[in-house]
Design a protein. Structure first.
Length: 388
């Protein structure tokens, strides 16, 4: 494909997608520092004073169950940052709706009322980023624009494949269109690799999540009813602390980061966790250990250290998407790249407008020439000036 066609594809995709992509990228940029943002606006919920020792998970579980007798625990987030409060997901009996609370793991204090996934500003921004606040339909829409982001990145790299010749050239004193062209090219080329990461990882997550929800709905239709929480689905005598110890025995250096409690028929206890691999691209939820919900007996485990290349590659999507693999520096870079679509949109739309005006001016000149039957260039210029 020649540069002319690539340029057309790049331009039209950019025009069609620039507003949704602005929303996706700007919200993503803010969410790179989601916890830090939350700590500014509601520190009493998300941050706790670190103490010498946490309460046991069994004590914490009982405290939650005692306070929320009409709800059941369905998930529990244990952050590796010891100053962060736990996030506990609850399902109200008679419904299938998930809500979450914040919990102090050191003293068991409940730090918030149950809230939906978009009740708080940062969570609302996350839903806007992931699905435009449109649930499953929104996942398909944001997937489409993730593909557009990939197209823009690929076509931009192809158009400027000889980038090294003029990569750092900005004609500051040239006409505005030339300055904007240089600036657009530089920002776009330097940002394109990260845009490709955003587009591929985000698109993959949305598609897999949508397909999972679709499969879930089909299973419910086959059962001719939608599952709602009616009663506790696990043996309350099972010790969560004991399950965590067993998980550590099964997988060396396993550190639990999320616990799935049974919230539907057929689901068991599953502990997600981090293991030491030396690979910064392994996520903190990469390995799992599952236990029977009635007996607490070991069922299976999954160790990312023994995973196939494909599974390890897919697991790396989380650190890659959020910039979690290189410390604060990478997160700052990811945040700044998320702001780049603002620059690219302004410069891109301006260049499109100038070129459009030039094409229309050229068509007006030809029309004047044909209508006036003028052959003298001087007469033609005079006619153009008269007609504006």
């Amino acid at each position: 494909m020649n540069n002319k066609n690539l340029f057309k594809i790049h331009g039209w995709v950019g025009l069609v997608a620039f507003i949704p992509l602005l929303v996706i990228c700007l919200t993503g940029s803010l969410l790179t520092f989601k916890y830090e943002f939350e700590n500014l606006i509601r520190p009493h919920m998300v941050t706790v004073n670190e103490e010498e020792k946490r309460l046991s998970m069994d004590v914490l579980k009982d405290k939650v169950n005692d306070q929320f007798t009409n709800r059941e625990i369905v998930g529990w987030v244990l952050f590796q940052n010891t100053q962060r409060s736990d996030v506990v997901y609850l399902m109200e009996k008679g419904t299938d709706t998930w809500k979450h609370i914040y919990l102090n793991g050191y003293n068991g204090d409940i730090l918030s009322e149950p809230a939906l996934k978009d009740d708080y500003l940062t969570d609302w921004l996350l839903e806007l980023h992931v699905a435009f606040l449109l649930d499953d339909t929104g996942l398909l829409i944001t997937t489409l624009f993730s593909l557009f982001l990939i197209v823009l990145g690929v076509t931009g790299l192809m158009i400027y494949k000889k980038f090294w010749k003029t990569l750092f050239r900005v004609r500051w004193k040239a006409r505005r269109i030339l300055f904007f062209s240089d600036f657009h090219k530089q920002v776009g080329f330097l940002s394109a690799p990260v845009f490709l990461i955003f587009g591929i990882t985000g698109g993959y997550w949305n598609i897999t999540h949508y397909l999972h929800e679709l499969e879930h709905e089909q299973e419910h239709k086959q059962k001719e009813m939608h599952f709602v929480m009616k009663e506790r689905l696990y043996n309350d005598e099972i010790s969560i602390d004991a399950l965590m110890v067993q998980a550590q025995n099964k997988l060396v250096n396993f550190k639990t980061t999320y616990i799935t409690f049974p919230y539907e028929d057929g689901l068991q206890f599953t502990l997600y966790g981090d293991v030491k691999t030396g690979n910064p691209l392994n996520s903190e939820y990469a390995s799992t250990v599952s236990f029977n919900r009635q007996s607490g007996e070991f069922i299976s485990d999954y160790d990312i250290r023994n995973a196939s290349f494909l599974n390890a590659f897919l697991d790396s999507f989380r650190p890659l998407h959020f910039g979690l693999f290189g410390g604060l520096f990478v997160r700052i870079v990811w945040c700044l790249v998320g702001l780049m679509p603002l620059i690219l949109s302004v410069t891109g739309v301006y260049m499109w407008w100038v070129r459009r005006e030039k094409k229309q001016a050229k068509r007006r000149r030809l029309q004047i020439f044909e209508e006036s039957k003028l052959t003298d260039p001087v007469d033609l210029e005079e006619a153009i000036q008269v007609t504006g």
